[in-house]
Design a protein around this ligand. Sequence first.
Ligand code: IMP
Ligand code: MG
Length: 177
Amino acid sequence: MNNDIKKVLFSEQDIEEGILKLASKLNEDYKDKNPLFVGLLKGVIPFIGDLTKKIECFCEIDYIRVRSYEGKTPSGTLNLSGYVPDVKGKDVIIVDDILDTGNTTNKIKKLFINAGAKSVKICVLLNKPEGRLVEIEPDYYCFDTPNEFVVGYGLDFNQKYRNLPYIGVLKEEVYER
Ligand code: IMP
Ligand code: MG
């Protein structure tokens, strides 16, 4: 699996340090609140696990299942499947692995506002500003990433590479297989 990686963009140590900084901001901003973290499955799993372990206030953690990619191409439609948490009156923090086009998070944010959330903020590990198609910015994020398809630490290509402990770019030949 490591042989498929062309270059590493963020090492395990980079990620650990980035998350520590991010958590300290959240700890400051939410010190008198009990936020509800809502992770977007499946890519968010390593990030939300490591992040919430550093959160010091009482909080809730929940998930929704969305799918917006086929291979390395955005499918254009958002598939929300199954259960959606009750967000009424809550300070919600939507957590995702990466903010790319912004389509996914934008739709979820609207959904939560319409469902009566008290506040809705967006927290991502990676921000890909050049990928943006809708006007939305992360309230919290660790790193800007170039406009390249990345894998690892939860991010997949055709469901693979989520278990890499770092984030990197695949060799071209992987897409030709
Ligand atoms: P958006 O709706 O385009 O902002 O993208 C959100 C979702 O697309 C993320 O939750 C990821 O699952 C997926 N995605 C976007 N960019 C990448 C990438 O570079 N690698 C892997 N998945 C990505
Ligand atoms: Mg995702």
